[in-house]
Design a protein around this ligand. Structure first.
Ligand code: PLP
Length: 373
């Protein structure tokens, strides 16, 4: 085996040393942020420091940051905690949006996975009562970026509230609440080098948000339960790294080099979302003749970690609802993998991946080449 290559940063991004140190220090010191004695005040200080950093990252006020157990809870909190008559969401949203509420009206996307703004406005025009629309900033499988600022402009004409799931976009592209014009933003720490099990919902304070849990009055009554102190402190440190975004140009260069090499080997290859605005680290690639599962296993045997272009939360690869929504046939969608790069990757990793990709591709497609010859 050559080396270990981690190309699955959209699933989770390895924790930085600074984050791990902050977590272990915080765990040792302890304290409950609601206690009024010295240990409690120290814990509160850590929570509020992290809150300030997260607020600054997205251009919000600290009081608008509600800590949650992750992106899934942030999405559930907004979709279930806001009083509205009608929820609309795109068909390519994460399951934590699509499954968060009953009767979500799904908004179609085009072949690149981008929402149809004209159809959206027509639907809004015909809908009565308070609407909440949820459109992700960037897709976790393809990396395709949605026109969220345009969605907000249209939504505001009709008095609709707008939520964006920015779990994947955070740290990879600019994230400014005002520019996006949204009322709510979901974030998750483990996608940016922070710990798993902590996230945040950025909340427009003018809108009443009801806590999903009953209990204490933490997070200004918007999320009951003792704050996850070490997780929050670690999230705060992870945000400092994101603020610099120094790794973004590097990952884009690596991702583009990877795609160019693959296209040279197999000129007809499909890269989903390849011609539209995408996250700089993500590539969603179809390989003829080899299923996603087989590709994952073959790469894994070589020490390369990737994922299917689909959700595999229970360890089993399911057909991707994202690719289906983009009109991709199941026979194609079942041969798609997702590569997501991060700060730790190098050009050596890319070269090694391309070398192994070529071997798998050629062994599966050799008979076709022989037929042509
Ligand atoms: N939203 C998107 C777009 C995601 O990619 C994910 C995780 O993969 C989530 C939400 C859920 O975040 P968490 O793992 O923090 O619950």
């Amino acid at each position: 085996m050559n080396q270990f290559v981690y190309f699955d940063h959209n699933a989770t991004t390895p924790m930085t040393v600074g984050v791990a140190n902050m977590i272990s220090d915080t765990l040792v010191v302890g304290g409950n942020a609601s206690s009024i004695h010295a240990a409690g005040r120290l814990a509160r200080q850590k929570v509020e420091d992290a809150r300030d950093k997260i607020a600054k990252l997205v251009g919000a006020r600290a009081s608008e940051v509600v800590f949650t157990s992750g992106g899934t809870e942030a999405n559930n909190l907004v979709l279930r905690g806001i009083k509205c008559k009608h929820i609309m969401a795109s068909t390519v949203e994460h399951d934590s949006v699509l499954d968060a509420a009953e009767n979500i009206e799904c908004l179609a996307v085009d072949e690149n996975g981008i929402i149809d703004l004209v159809a959206f406005e027509k639907r809004l025009d015909k809908t009565e009562g308070q609407v909440l629309v949820s459109i992700m900033l960037a897709n976790n499988e393809t990396g395709v970026i949605q026109p969220v600022a345009e969605v907000s402009k249209i939504a505001k004409k009709y008095g609709a509230l707008v939520h964006t799931d920015a779990v994947q976009a955070c740290g990879k592209i600019k994230l400014d609440r005002e520019e996006l014009g949204v009322d709510f933003i979901s974030l998750s720490a483990h996608k940016i080098g922070g710990p798993q099990g902590i996230g945040a919902l950025i909340v427009n304070e003018e809108v009443q948000l009801n806590s999903l849990m009953r209990g204490g009055g933490q997070e200004r009554g918007r999320r009951a339960g003792t704050e996850n102190l070490s997780g929050i402190a670690g999230f705060g440190v992870a945000v400092e790294f994101v603020e610099s975004r120094s790794h973004v140009a590097k990952t884009r260069k690596l991702r583009d080099a990877l795609e160019s090499s693959i296209k040279r080997i197999a000129p007809g290859i499909i890269i989903f979302g390849g011609n539209v605005d995408r996250l700089p680290n993500t590539s969603c690639i179809f390989m003829p003749g080899v299923s996603s599962e087989t590709q994952i296993m073959k790469f894994d045997l070589k020490g390369i970690m990737i994922s299917a272009g689909s959700a595999c939360s229970s360890g089993k690869v399911q057909p991707s609802h994202v690719l289906r929504a983009m009109g991709i046939d199941n026979s194609v969608a079942s041969n798609v993998i997702r590569i997501s790069l991060g700060n730790v990757n190098t050009m050596d990793d890319v070269d090694y991946f391309v070398q192994e990709w070529e071997k798998i591709y050629l062994s599966a497609n050799a008979s076709k080449f022989m037929e042509v010859a």
